[in-house]
Design a protein around this ligand. Sequence first.
Ligand code: GDP
Length: 493
Amino acid sequence: VAGPDPPAPHDQDRLLGGLLSPAFDEQSCRSRYESFLYRRPSPFRPSTYLVERLRRYEARHKRCGPGAPLFNEAVEHLRSGRNAARSGCQYVVWTPINGLGNRMLSLASTFLYALLTNRVLLAHAPPEFDGLFCEPFPGSSWTLPANFPITDFAGIFTMGSPTSYKNMRQAGAVSGGDHSNVTADTLPAYVFLDLIQSYTDAAFCEADQRVLAKFNWMVVKSDVYFAAMFFLMPAYERELARLFPEKEAVFHHLARYLFHPSNDVWGIVRRYYGAYLARADERVGLQVRVFPEMPVPFENMYGQILRCSEQEGLLPKVALHRDGAANNNHSSAMASGRSRNHKLTSILVTSLFPDYYERIRGMYYANPTETGEYVEVHQPSHEREQRTEARGHNQRALAEMYLLSFCDRIVTTAVSTFGYIAHGLAAVRPLVLLRPPSPEAGVDPACVRSKTVEPCLQAPPRRMCGVAEGTDIGALVPYAQHCEDEHKGLKLF
Ligand code: GDP
């Protein structure tokens, strides 16, 4: 039977096994179809069901998204202040909080939520978020239009907001024992789902989900990878098993589908890669995050990096000789071209501070490596402090997450969401520099290999519905465990 030609192998790579739609103009977003050239092939393939659901999602987004008549209708309902009993489309509006890594985790989670509940994902993009990513859905936009009736996101969506689902439930506005008795047209026009750090308790009972399903408009604010929670809910189990037969690749696929650096950011990535990383035989990414609330002194952190390197055979060893004689022999062998090992390792350091890069580079500058191989050390920027409100700063942060994700081996700092994004995109199981109990304390081992490329949900709900009090949330399903870097956290593998 004559059917459409199977896609050429090249297209399979370029479209990441069908994850990406071919329907975009390449020039408007060069990273979308070029990223694969910079990475080793992913060990994970998207399921055909995920691919099918993504194409269906894209059709829905086009039908319901900004500019479409159904969108205008839904916005009119929103303006009226009352939820409509029936609506052609339902929406989930994501609003950002905290750093870029946190934002990407919660945005990917919100997209998964939209997939599971047949909603349309829209992003409230404040100026500093603008210009980071390309549009992810063909023929439409995910950005809220300028005339959207809700504008004061910072003012309305706070912990105490009466629009918050948790507060509504507490005030009895949506409850009364069996939540499912509430009729849709008695509800307010939108509901706010507050899933910030410790407030992730709000919504993961099936009764809650039944009420939430009645709201045509929902606003989500979160700084965590709450996607992991859906894997603990029996209601989504079958669907998630079909979407993600490999649980370890949930964020990997979501992130490679959604997050395409804008041409400006991609320009930084391409130039930097071409100038400093392209020639290397091996690229090692080292992400050193020093948190303001855990100010580990430089010497401690540097010592920890060296111990981790020693323990895991990470950085090429330098030949340190007391008398220098062996060094000289070695150098003359190199000068006369007798060295047989011409391997080049590039170490990419990302950090807000220049000190780690300088110390490591200095070590390779002053000493030969044991094998005679060459080592380059690079750090793209040292911004000194987090400035989430500044667009250029965020663009550089995104570029660095991408550059890290092109590395063959990745070392991250415990509990840093910046690091989670890099290894999730890369599909590399990172070495994680563990967090000391206090800034000055030692930590042993210095680092551990993560069992998964998935990010950690750092703040899961304290208890789950339908599960006895005190039950260990890390033992509920075979594919979720506590995280290496945050014991109370949860991750899929
Ligand atoms: P987390 O705080 O480590 O979980 O990561 P986030 O990404 O949520 O917030 C940290 C923010 O600090 C980043 O988004 C950047 O704005 C900035 N930042 C931290 N580390 C780096 C780095 O290595 N390079 C750059 N350019 N920015 C960084």
